[in-house]
Structures are given as C-alpha cells and as structure tokens.
Design a protein around this ligand. Structure first.
Ligand SMILES: [Zn+2]
Length: 1001
C-alpha cells in the first residue's frame, strides 16, 4: 500500500514527462520503467536471447569499483560473431586501467565496425586539425535508416527552414523523420574517458537487441564525434604514457592541447577561429541534429546541464525547457537505478553563447553537456569530493564524500545516462522534431514578433574589411546576409545602398541577434561562469545598427552568395608616391609586413589629398628610393587586403616618421599557454611574422635587442613572482621535467614549443635581459596582470596596480576614450573604442603621469561621500560656501614648488586610452562599481631609457572577438621606435565640475 502511494506520487510529479513518454512507445524500452508496475527489482536491459561477451563483461565488473556505479545498461556487453567488440581491435576492453586510446586507433576501431555492420558509417569532417589530424564523424543507426540517411538529412533541413514548408507538410515530415542525437567526445583533453566510452557505446547500439537499443536504432540516428580535440587527445595520451613510464617522478601538466589554446577550445563558438569549431558548425548545418551533447569530466559524479541562470536571453524558452526535461529524465532514471550523485542546476550559468554546443543551441536545436567524474588519466584513485558532496535542493542525492574511482566508473555513468537520454528522445522523437520545427518557425517570425526586424551594417563604414569579416563570420554561423540595392530611410536611421542587412526573419536569426545585440548581466545574479558581454559590433569596431522598423524587410536587397570580400585598388595617377589611409584595421599592419623591402613612413597628423581625408598614421610611400615595381606590388597587395592607395602628384607636407617591419617575439611561459594562444591565432592568420619563445629564452638570450624590436609577453594569469620563478625545482638532484618529443611522446613534437626542462621560469636573469632590451630601444608589451613584471621589478615607475573594492566587470565590453590621439598607438582610431576587460588590472598612474591616474584618487571606489543629492552631485559641507568648481577629475595645476621634483615629460607615463566616464562605461555584460574603473588607463606607455613599455589593461586579442583592438597592438609594434611622437605638455587648466578624468598630453 505504502509503495503504491509513493509510486502514484512519483507519477504525479513527473506527469509531463511520462505523458509524452507514453505517446510513442510501441517499443517500450525498460528505461521508462517508472511507468510500469512498481517493483523492487532493478531494471534489466539485457536482451533475453542474446549471448554475452563473457570476458569483456568480466572486465566491466572487475574494473567497476562498486556496484552502485554500474547499471543494467552497461553491466554486460553482448557478443557478436560478426561485429568486432572493442577489445578485438584495440587489444583491451574499454575502461581497462592504464589504457588510453590514440585517435588513430579510435578511427581504426570505427572503420572496422563500419566494415562489419551496415549499422555504422564513418565520415571525415571538412577540415583537418591545426596539427593535420583528421576529425572523424561516426553515424550509428538501424541499417534501414542509414540506407536512407540522405532523406533523413533532407527532412531535418526542411524542418529547420520553415520558410519552405507549411504546418501540414511539417507534420508529415515529423512523422517520417528520425531524431538525430550527436554525442561529442573529449573537447577537453585532460578529460579522458569519453573517447573510450563512445567506442563501446557505438558497438552496443549497433549490436545489442535490448528494447532500449532497439528503440534507439529505430527512431534515432546517433552521431558520434569520437574525439573533438584530436591534437590535444594524442598529446594527452603521450603525456599519460610518459607518466606511467616515469612513476614517482614529477611530470608536466598538459601544457599544450591543440596548437593554439587549451580549455578555451570550448569558448570558440562565437569566433570560430579553430578548425574544430568550424567542423562542428558545418557538420551541424549538414545534418541539423536534434541534440548535440558534449561530454566533459570535471564534476562528481554526473552533472547534467541546465544551469543556474541567468539563461541566455536570445534563446527560445522552448529549448531551455528541453534542457530541463532531458536532465530530469536522466536524473530520475539514474536515481531509480541506485546511482548516487547524478544532479543538475548548480554548476555553470547558461548565459554566454561561446561554448561549442552553441552550434546547436544557437541554431534551434538542443545543446547540452555532462560533467562526469574523471581521474585525468586511466588510473583508479581514492578521491575526495568537496562541497559537491553536500545535499542541496537541486542535489537531493549527492555524490559520496570519499570514493574509490576508476575510469570504468566514469564510463559506466556517462554511457548509461547518455543511452537513457537517447532512449527518451527515441520514444519522443515526434515531439523533439516538432519542437525543432516550432523553434525554427519562431526564429523566422522573430522579425515581426519580438524583433528587431534586422541588423544593418551601414555601407558607409570606413572599416570595410572588418565589416566584411563580421559578415563572413555570420555566414559561417549559417546566417543569411543581404546587401541593400538602394539607400533606405527607416525610423531607426538612413542606410546607403550596399549596406549589409542581417534579416531577423530567417531560421538562424537568434544566433545573429545573440552575437550582435548588447548584454546586461545583473550583478545580483549568480556569479558568472564566463564572459558576461560579447557584442561583436563594438568589439570589432564595426557599426551595427539594431533596426526595429519593419520597413527594412521590404527594402530591395540581394542575398550574398559566397564570402563577402572587399577588393582594394590604387586611385589616382600621381607619380610622386602613394598615401594609404590608416583605417584602424589589421590590414594596415598586414600591408606593411607584406612589402618588407619597401620604405614606408607614417603621417603624424591627419591630412587631405584633394577632398579625401586621411587619418593620422596613414602611410606615405614615396616612389623615390623604393623598388621600381612598387606600383605593381602595391596594387596587388591593396587589392587583396581591401585597402585603397591614393597615387599623389605631390607628397603630403606633414610630419612623418619611418615605419619599418619590427622583429616580434611572442613570449610564453611553461606555466600556462592558454591565453597567449589567441595571439598566435591572430598573428598566424594575418601573416604577421614573429618568433615564439619561452620566458626561459629571455634568460638565455643575453642581447635580446640584437634579435628583437618588440617583445610581447602574452597573458599568463600568474603574478610576476610566479613567472620569474616558473615551475619550481624541488631539489638540485631532481631530474629535469621535459616537454619534448621522444619515442614515448611523439606527439609532443608537434607542440608549438618544446623544452628539456619546464622548470626555472623567466628568472632574475630574464628580468635583467628584458630591462637591458627595453633600455636599449626595444618595446616590451604586457597584457592584463602581467604588467606587474615591469612594475614589481622596477622596470617602470609611476604606476601601481590597485585592488578593486567594488568593481565587478567580469568579461565585459566597456567603452574607452582616447586620451591622447596624437600617440602613434591611437593611429587610425576615432575618439572612442569598445574594449574587452575582465576585472583587472586597475592601473594607478602617479600624478606626474597626468590624466587618468587621478581617477582612483578622488571619488574612488566608494563613490562620493554620503550626503545630499544624487551620486553625481558635489559634496556640500554645511556652514560654508560651496567651492565654485568642485574638483572631480582632470589635470590639477602643478604646484610650482613640487614642479622641480617631477620627472621631465619625456620620461613620464603616457596614457593613450582610458576607460570612459562611469555613466558611459558599459557596452555589454556586467558592471558595478564602475567609478573605480572610470578614467583609469586602458593603454599606457612608459618611456624606459631608449625604449618603451606598453601596458594593456584591456586584452586586445581575446578569443577572436576583439578585432577592433588589434590595431592598438600593431600600432605600438610598428611605431615602437617613435612612441614619443606627438607628445606635448598639457596646459594647466581649471578643472570643470562633474568632468571625468581626461588625459591631455
Ligand atoms: Zn571540460
């Protein structure tokens, strides 16, 4: 009796799930056992008549540390006379301790499967990885489904574009179609279990005759990406094998994963800079999978994604409900099987669209992920679970506090839950396909329902290359982009012919809206999991207008076929030389490096040729003294780079300085290569030559100035002391810790850099060499927190890094203002620029530096003193007359007595770019306590001897999103020997009330 009541209650709570669960279950797999009679028996998922692979099954049982980490779904492996189970090809059962499988062996297994059964097909993704490896895609389903794969792809494509069908046809397509469930393995290379698990799962789905597998085969086309980060996987297997061979010795961490970035390969779904992201995107657009499920391993024992919110505000709420529905089904099914620690909600937020699975979420499908418990290799270990072993409302059945954990446990949980999810989608495939159609339809309706109608990239944009590049990114994302045939006037603005139009009445309008709209992240929401703002127009310094007026939809326009490309040219016929406008685009730096042997100079002020205006920093290229084929070569390069060169009769009479092709070194540490990888992405893509060296090299190369003009220390996320010390030596007798190609570690040879010993770091000698390099004329660039290398070791003076007391700006897009537009670093820019900033550093520039340094000094973190009026009102002391102009910023007049103590102008810090006043600071994301940041230096230059240090508080090269900031870095490099140009003393002036800090020099 009691049991019946409990069962009835369970049924009531889960009604929505089970109502759908019953709709479609001619083949009722055991995994929906909650709808059957209550029973003490654990569910069983064996096919009665099918023989079991005894040895393999014994291995599963032996390598699972406790029965509670096993389910009826994976506690056996069916035998097959025809189809090879994994151990027959690999030599070991999946989940055997100390065995990790290289990608080539994974592929070998899947190709053997394909040969043996018509239920498996393999494909290769369009692009090879950056290190040249294939990216495999495996498809598993019933042979009848695979024979008609093209038809099923056609169905999902049609459901994904409702403009071509009506509801009636859609209903027929839903009934005929199959759900497509895509499981993607190991994007994160330290998370080692999923590539192993997926091989076993593919075999099980292809071979097993249990009701669950039959249901999946019948109604679902399973897609498997065996390993997504193929370069990182092979590197990880090498490293693991090295560790096994060197037990008891220290080994390195996984310093390089792919060629460029590590963990951030899962933050590339907006920028699509990596081959793996582009492969996932194009595969999605080929198959239109119903679900994309990414497999991670960092949380005990199985976290299934929903998130805490705030949820991404551009998604259709239908998909958010689908996340919850799938998650709760898995949790219930796993809990019913007695598995502890399967939960959802309290990890990750659900806000930013930069994760790989936005390939699905951003395109009307379901993107989701697991975090299971991984040991980072294939060893069985005693593990302690921290706070996540605590019971909470969202974790009523938490993980155990201490556990012996094996890779087999991890595989059991991952595979069981994944098959439960696939079974659920199989039994509800009509509902999920219909939701996909509905979401697609609502995306097309968006232009007229919630709006906006479109985004317009106006045709009078001066940064035409960057605009085209943004258009091409949207196209890569599957969005359609049009060009206006004629000029149009709308309530939101006037746009010339040729303007790009991103219509919101298309299937992927939500992705475009997500990328181009602005974000507001309330600081009272849960602490963000990642960036809070990403608006691509401002970050790329490209105008994007959000147009609500539906009139835009009726304007004549043509769809762009192929990629958008700007073709440059030479205008005019003058023979004296050429002038090329500095547009603030990367193409300007590219042009310089492409014509290395040609002499260039930069105009130090804006100029006019006829009626045409040129920005300060524009190139002047004289005919005289340059190669005879200059015009032909220039013509070719500007055409390709989308720049215009103006041939002039007479060279402009404006102050100029020569601009060479500085020799660049990009420095990494052996602590972490993650964030500097984004710099290599851009330098490689743009063809800007550089040497990639480690901080150890800085200690070894006594005369850095002989080799380099500019040294960029990529962002590290470690303080100066940690960088100088590097990975520590435990003792003098300790063996070196190599990151190097060897017989045991062949794949490490493909890493961007190698070393015999990762220990040692920059060292004090490295600091000394750097100082000598700068003093003898070099440029040293720091990004974010690694500015403290130059600060803490006394290379520069007049700057400190202030602690934030109130500021909350986690991965936000913020406005900055050029404080000194005569600085060469400002060349090509307008007065303002939106930059990416993540919480630190807050530069405090000494008073003699003038300008922004006063920012923190006056109102500071706490804002104005408590008193009358609003936040911006002056403080009024009772009983005396208020001052006429309360000081709240600006450059205070210098006290004549103090003047003698102030260093001369030529050696003071020069603030080039500073954060905007508080009220204008936020573009996108989270911002609180902005008064602490307002007016602070974003980019500041310090003269040191004959050279310079340039510090960036913003990160100018972040995740292939901040194209608008790239020229700040390129300008600093190209003008490294002229960074003092245009510098003048600010005339003391009385500060104005309410004025924010401004540096004028
Ligand atoms: Zn992960």
């Amino acid at each position: 009796m009691k049991r019946v009541i409990v069962a009835a209650l369970t049924f009531a709570l889960c009604t929505p799930l089970f109502v759908f669960g019953q709709r479609n279950n001619q083949t009722q797999p055991n995994d929906t056992s909650a709808t059957t009679k209550p029973s003490d028996k654990k569910p069983s998922n064996k096919a009665a008549a099918q023989p079991v692979n005894k040895e393999y099954t014994d291995s599963i049982l032996a390598n699972t540390t406790d029965k509670q980490f096993l389910t009826d779904i994976v506690d056996h492996l069916p035998a097959s006379a025809k189809v090879p189970s994994p151990e027959k090809v690999l030599g070991y059962p999946i989940g055997t301790p100390k065995k990790l499988t290289y990608t080539k062996d994974q592929y070998r297994y899947y190709r053997e499967l394909e040969k043996a059964t018509p239920r498996v097909k393999t494909f290769v993704a369009p692009e090879k990885s950056e290190q040249g490896r294939e990216q495999m895609l495996v498809v598993v389903s019933d042979e009848a489904n695979l024979a008609k794969l093209a038809r099923y792809k056609e169905i999902t494509a049609k459901l994904g574009d409702p403009r071509t069908i009506n509801d009636e046809l859609a209903a027929q397509l839903v009934a005929e179609g199959k759900a497509i469930y895509w499981a993607s393995g190991s994007i994160h290379s330290t998370e080692t279990g999923s590539p192993e698990m997926l091989m076993e799962m593919a075999y099980r789905i292809a071979v097993e005759d249990s009701p669950l597998m039959q249901a999946i085969r019948k109604n679902v086309i399973v897609m498997i990406t065996p390993t997504l980060e193929v370069d990182g996987r092979d590197t990880m297997v090498d490293l693991y094998n090295y560790r096994k061979a060197n037990e008891g010795k220290r080994s390195p961490g996984l310093i390089y994963w792919g060629k460029y970035v590590a963990h951030d390969n899962n933050r590339d779904s907006m920028g699509m800079a990596l081959a793996l992201s582009r492969n996932q995107m194009s595969t999605f657009l080929d198959f239109h999978p119903t679900v994309l499920h990414d497999l991670h391993e960092s949380v005990p024992f199985l976290y299934t994604s929903t998130g805490t919110g705030p949820y991404n505000a551009w998604l259709d709420p239908i998909v958010i409900n689908e996340w919850q529905e799938l998650a709760y089904h898995e949790i219930q099914q796993m809990t019913q099987r007695g598995v502890p620690g399967v939960w959802t909600h309290g990890f990750y937020d659900g806000w930013a669209p930069n994760y790989m699975f936005y390939v699905a979420n951003g395109h009307n499908s379901i993107g989701r992920f697991y975090e299971t418990f991984g040991n980072g290799g294939a060893d069985t270990q005693d593990r302690t679970v921290g706070a996540q072993s605590g019971r909470d409302w969202f974790r009523p059945n938490p993980p155990l506090a201490r556990v012996k954990w094996s890779i087999r446990n991890n595989i059991n949980l991952q595979q069981s839950a994944l098959l439960i999810a696939m079974g659920y989608v199989a039994n509800n495939k009509d509902k999920f396909l219909n939701n996909f159609y509905l979401k697609s339809k609502r995306s097309v309706a968006k232009a007229k329902t919630e709006g906006p109608a479109a985004y317009v990239l106006p045709g009078d944009e001066t940064r035409k290359n960057e605009a085209a590049d943004l258009v091409n990114l949207l196209k890569l994302q599957g969005c359609e982009v049009h060009r206006l045939t004629n000029a149009i006037e709308t309530k939101d603005g006037k746009y010339p012919a040729g303007s790009y139009v991103v219509r919101m009445d298309q299937p992927y309008s939500r992705m475009a809206d997500m990328l181009l709209d602005t974000q507001y992240y309330n600081v009272n929401d849960p602490r963000p999991y990642d960036d809070t703002g990403w608006t691509l127009g401002p970050l790329r310094n490209v105008k994007t207008a959000r147009v609500k007026d539906q009139k835009i939809l009726d304007a004549a326009m043509t769809l762009i076929d192929g990629t958008a490309k700007v073709t440059g040219n030479i205008e005019g016929t003058g023979k004296a030389g050429f002038v090329v406008n500095h547009t603030g685009e990367s193409a300007v730096a590219q042009l310089r490096y492409r014509l290395k042997d040609v002499k260039f100079s930069s105009a130090e002020a804006s100029l006019k040729v006829g009626t045409k205006e040129f920005n300060a920093g524009s190139y002047v290229i004289k005919a005289e003294g340059n190669p005879a084929d200059l015009e032909a070569r220039l013509s070719k390069e500007v055409a390709d780079l989308g720049l215009t060169a103006t041939a002039v009769e007479k060279l402009p009479e404006v102050a100029q300085h020569a601009v060479g092709t500085p020799r660049i070194a990009l420095v990494h540490t052996w602590i972490n290569t993650q964030n500097e990888g984004w710099y290599r992405v851009e330098l490689d893509r743009l063809g800007i030559p550089y040497d990639y060296i480690s901080d150890q090299d800085l200690g070894r190369i006594a005369n850095l100035r002989d080799k380099y003009d500019a040294i960029i220390f990529g962002p590290v996320g470690a303080n100066a002391q940690a960088i100088v010390r590097g990975p520590a030596k435990f003792s003098e007798s300790e063996a070196p810790i190599p990151w190097k190609r060897s017989e045991l570690t062949p794949n490490l040879g493909l890493s961007p850099d190698q070393t015999d010993d990762i220990r040692g770091g920059l060292g004090v000698q490295g600091v000394a060499n750097l100082q000598k390099f700068i003093e003898s004329g070099g440029l040293f660039v720091t990004v974010g927190g690694n500015a403290d290398l130059a600060i803490d070791f006394g290379i520069v003076s007049g700057v400190s890094i202030q602690d934030a007391k109130l500021l909350q700006a986690r991965g936000s897009v913020l406005n900055a203002v050029f404080a000194d537009r005569k600085s060469p670093i400002a060349y090509g820019y307008d007065e303002k620029l939106a930059v990416y900033f993540n919480q630190t550093p807050l530069f405090q520039i000494a008073a003699f530096g003038q300008g922004g340094g006063f920012g923190g000094g006056q109102q500071g973190a706490a804002g104005r003193p408590s008193g009358r009026g609003s936040e911006s009102d002056p403080d009024i002391v009772q009983g005396r007359r208020p001052p006429e102009s309360p000081v709240s910023g600006g450059t205070p007049p210098v006290d004549p007595n103090a003047a003698a103590q102030i260093p001369p102008l030529a050696i003071r810090p020069r603030i080039v770019l500073q954060f905007a006043p508080e009220k204008e600071l936020l573009v996108s994301g989270m911002l609180a306590g902005g008064s602490e940041l307002a007016g602070k230096a974003a980019v500041v230059m310090f003269p040191v001897g004959k050279g310079h240090v340039v510090m960036f508080a913003n990160n100018p090269m972040w995740r292939h999103q901040t194209h608008g900031s790239f020229s700040l870095l390129f300008n600093a490099i190209l003008n490294y020997d002229n960074l003092g140009v245009g510098r003048t003393e600010a005339a003391p002036r009385p500060p104005r009330a309410g004025e924010d800090d401004e540096a004028e020099q």
